[in-house]
Design a protein around this ligand. Sequence first.
Ligand SMILES: [Zn+2]
Ligand SMILES: [Zn+2]
Length: 345
Amino acid sequence: MKACVLHQKGDLRFEDIPEGQIKDPNEVKVKIQNAGICGSDQHYYSEGGIGSQIVVREPIVIGHEGCGIVEEVGSAVQGIKAGDMVVIRPARPCFKCHNCQKGMYTYCEDMHHLGSAATFPHTQGLFAEHVVVHQAQCYVVHGMSPEVGAFGEPLGVAYNGVHRAGDIMGKDVLVMGAGPIGCLAVAAARACGAGHITVVDIRQEPLNIAIKMGADEACNSKDDPETIEKWCEHKGRFDVALECTGNGFAAISAMKMVHPEGTVSQLGMFGTNSQPKDLANFANKGLHWNAVFRFYDEFGPAVTALERGIVDPLPLLSAKFKAEECQKAMESALSPATMKVQIYF
Ligand SMILES: [Zn+2]
Ligand SMILES: [Zn+2]
């Protein structure tokens, strides 16, 4: 079968690899339709890894955001049959380790995450014609376009960010960063009953998309620092911040704009070298700061929101390319002018 294989930094090839087969009775074989290019795929491509810890050491099929049609199911699979459309949950926990036994599957000590070089041998991803996954990784959907289905994984992250913030019903919510996760966080906050949603970024085009995704108000902090300063008065005005940049300065700024004892959900991943230098606001304002890592139970509600049209992710889709044009797709994803880029088979 064909797949998009990253051999090393900058060397992404559309080539033949052996087709995966069902080996465990709990496994499902899926023919991939659409798959989104995530920030981590871009790091693998442009830097050959993520930080200093996760490095591409052998050819790897990248990609972990996608959906497809079931081709074949193992003998122990229930509720999923050939022909079903499924949105794929990329993480496959071991279901056996200490954390899995406690139900904390997201923190499995032997996690296999599709398209990840964190494990060796690397876990092959879903930029491939066929992928074999555990039945627990498949969420059956009906009447969903594959373009929408490929947003299930990142929307799951956004839902987790909102979930970790607690009850946001009627709350005054700040979203830092209007990239794909920021825009999906806007939509998730809206779907979960936020009162007023303000989004902050330094680029105008993503802010316009955030408004389309449901934000009430957008602020370009580069052009309008006075407004940011005003929102910091009286130790901050927002009830909740969803920090989606992973930039230390933006995280500090979010903490300044949230009122005392407010909540910050940290969705943006800090790079290994970044050092938020001033976490004083976290301590001296009694803030609740929640680190958000992937998701578990939030995946189902996120996919349901897409299925029912509660969240429309399509304003975020900048371009799609045939899988054989994966190199072009990746270059497009790396351009600052694009939000989400997909490949399809
Ligand atoms: Zn992703
Ligand atoms: Zn485990």
